[in-house]
Design a protein around this ligand. Structure first.
Ligand SMILES: Nc1nc2c(ncn2[C@@H]2O[C@H](COP(=O)(O)OP(=O)(O)O)[C@@H](O)[C@H]2O)c(=O)[nH]1
Ligand SMILES: [Mg+2]
Length: 391
């Protein structure tokens, strides 16, 4: 999964048609940010939170636990009978998806894969997916889908690995099929007929809201659209100042009140300002105390009533994996979100959040945050995620 971010980077930066080998980020020489381009130094307290342990089944929804734990039991039962796999002499231990397809190549001698055999083989893939922060309900979905596609279906021995890879690719792409985002964000704004087009950003502290707003303001400017920022995170010390620094650097107007002011009033003033100045968009920053905080949700609901955003973007940190998915679910339940920005995929070696967050919330991923510069914002393409998995 570590190749996920490398592929995103490659898609965004390498415009040439040449297919470059995928390399791990850390293998590349570090490119120093030019001071004026760098969005912001990471302050120690804002540093990306360390990765959580991969999801233990107990951390996830109850109803989803059952099928997977049944499979684990099944795996134990089956593994008693399985003869040790023959290891080709020079072979390195394979992991994850490569292990799954390779395993099939090594062991399958018949032209169909039985249910029992499938369960045994899937347990490899299941572990790889869980380790990579893919939510359990997504693993269950892939399991059911893949089983339907390959169990007891006649497959040529020589084509087994290929067929399974194709089935897995189709299954993962299917995760996104219900929720295709408008690919062209700028066109979405232009075609909306709304002036100003109001976008509100939600998410927990440190997820990347303010940084994403700066990146989007930069994107809008590059495409000739004007905007104003609303400093509606009036709760956190330095939040207004942080947004203001971006506004100054980008030469974008910011509407701000004092700390502790009514967030909805700030947003309202920004919308009024945009109307008066005939601006194209309003970007509303919001506070991000814990999503379980009822006061915050009430404050955000009021802001939504007053500013009537046309787009409610949830900003989540890719690296927090299942936490990010839970937050997205809870923000969606509490205030309703339209789409997702998955920030910090550049520091996420796992990538499971991208597979899961859309599936769980049924909302599209609109952007990926791929770094700390203004240009580090990639539009989301499911095919790129699947390519990154080597499928
Ligand atoms: N590596 C990386 N860091 C990011 C990204 N987006 C935001 N950050 C950093 O994450 C930290 C918190 O971001 P901030 O925008 O202040 O989060 P907020 O509290 O949700 O507004 C800052 O240090 C940002 O520079 C990203 O896509 N990649
Ligand atoms: Mg902020």
């Amino acid at each position: 999964m570590s190749r996920f971010t490398a592929v995103v980077k490659r898609e965004e930066t390498a415009r040439d048609d040449e297919r470059k080998p995928l390399v791990r980020e850390e293998a590349l020489p570090r490119k120093e940010a030019k001071p004026e381009e760098k969005v912001e130094e990471q302050k120690p307290e804002q540093k990306a939170r360390p990765e959580k342990e991969s999801a233990a089944p107990s951390e996830v929804g109850q109803e989803a636990v059952k099928p997977a734990s049944e499979r684990v039991k099944h795996k134990e039962a089956v593994s008693q009978k399985v003869e040790p796999a023959e290891q080709p002499a020079e072979e390195q231990p394979r992991k994850g998806i490569a292990a799954f397809t390779g395993f099939i190549k090594d062991r399958v001698t018949t032209t169909t894969i039985s249910d029992k055999h499938f369960e045994e083989l899937f347990s490899e893939l299941e572990l790889a997916l869980l380790e990579n922060n893919v939510a359990l309900e997504v693993v269950d979905h892939i399991h059911a889908d893949l089983r339907e596609q390959i169990v007891e279906k006649p497959i040529k021995r020589s084509e087994v690995a290929d067929s399974v890879s194709k089935a897995l690719r189709a299954s993962i792409l299917d995760l996104f099929s219900e929720v295709q985002a408008e690919k062209d964000f700028v066109r979405l704004i232009r075609d909306s007929g709304k002036k100003p087009f109001v976008i509100a950003f939600f998410g927990v502290n440190g997820a990347g809201k303010t940084t994403t707003i700066a990146k989007i303001a930069h994107l809008l400017k590059k495409t000739g659209l004007s905007c104003v920022m609303a400093a509606s995170d009036t709760f956190r010390a330095a939040a207004i100042q942080q947004l203001e620094e971006h506004a100054n650097r980008l030469n974008v107007k910011i509407i701000k009140h004092d700390y502790g002011a009514d967030a909805a009033a700030v947003a309202f003033d920004a919308v009024r300002y945009a109307e008066a100045k005939n601006l194209d968009a309003v970007l509303i920053d919001t506070a991000g105390r814990q999503h379980s905080n009822i006061n915050l949700m009430d404050e955000l609901k009021k802001l939504i009533r007053v500013a009537k955003p046309d787009l409610r973007l949830f900003v989540g940190e890719s690296i927090t994996g299942n936490d990010c998915i839970e937050q997205a679910r809870q923000f969606n339940d509490a205030i309703g979100i339209d789409a997702i920005v998955l920030a910090k995929v550049d520091v996420d070696e796992k990538g499971g959040a991208a597979l899961s967050v859309s599936f769980v919330t049924k909302k599209p991923i609109m952007f990926l945050g791929t770094g700390q510069r203004y240009d580090d914002l990639a539009s989301f393409n499911p095919e790129v995620v699947v390519d990154g998995l080597g499928l």
